[in-house]
Design a protein around this ligand. Structure first.
Ligand code: SAM
Length: 231
């Protein structure tokens, strides 16, 4: 990562205030880099250049902060309802000098208010509930990208009908970070059913797409996110 000193500073926040305030388990400290920061940053492999991103249920900033650190071209908004966590996020973003907005809200409270090209999440909810929270935040042509476990395809099969009710078009699962992580992470991308507005080519610097398979046959920057209906 280009901004290594900032990433190290973020890891310091997670290991320090993050564990003291109960946002990270102390047992996670030795594996913050691999299991949390890198595992999160690789979501960028599935985020096109220059788009708006909301990270729903960001917690201690995962995957939103590593993504913002790795990809300064993105306009990232962190959505987190819990005061203690939102406060941590505001402090971290200010300390790192990141142009990232923190919105303290449940995703559902933003429906009809804001939309984004990409809505990310990690470890927030089962796919059906996640779709009901995240798909209304996805702008026309955008997508929800959720980091999931290796059983993502079973989860997709189980919840396909609900995903479609919430506007899903193409649903695709793939592994991310194969060249970087000992254990690649799995993600599902659920595209909005309408015409794409953004190009889904890989972002510059991302690895060649591998392991891909189709499953179905603004900071404080007020720039991030748009009011619904302003396109
Ligand atoms: C298990 S934590 C995961 C945090 C982080 N994404 C990570 O991977 O470490 C789930 C987070 O989702 C948040 N959350 C729960 N319901 C939510 C909702 N309806 N909208 C937005 N965030 C929500 C919680 O407050 C919590 O911070």
């Amino acid at each position: 990562m280009e901004r290594l000193p900032l990433v190290e500073r973020y890891v310091g926040w997670l290991a320090g205030a993050g564990t003291e305030r109960g946002l990270m388990g102390p047992r996670e400290v030795p594996r913050l880099w691999e299991r949390h920061v890198l595992n999160s940053a690789v979501v960028g492999e599935w985020v096109p250049e220059g788009v708006t991103v909301a990270d729903v249920g960001s917690g201690a900033g995962l995957p939103g902060i590593p993504l913002a650190l790795a990809r300064p071209d993105l306009e990232v908004t962190l959505v987190e309802p819990l005061l203690r966590r939102a406060t941590f996020l505001e402090e971290v973003v200010a300390d790192l000098g990141l142009p990232v907005r923190v919105v303290r809200a449940r995703a559902e409270e933003l429906h009809g208010e804001l939309d984004f090209d990409v809505v990310t999440s990690r470890a927030v909810a089962p796919l059906d509930r996640l779709a009901s929270w995240c798909m209304p935040l996805v702008g026309v042509g955008g997508a929800m990208v959720a980091l999931k476990g290796s059983s993502v395809e079973e989860e997709i099969a189980e919840h396909r009908a609900t995903l479609e009710v919430h506007g899903a078009g193409a649903i695709e699962a793939r592994s991310l970070g194969e060249s970087l992580l000992e254990e690649p992470t799995w993600a599902v991308r659920v595209s909005w059913a309408g015409e794409p507005r953004v190009s889904w080519r890989l972002a510059r610097g991302s690895q060649k797409r591998r392991g891909s398979r189709s499953v179905d046959g603004r900071a404080r920057t007020q720039r991030a996110g748009r009011r619904k209906g302003t396109r």
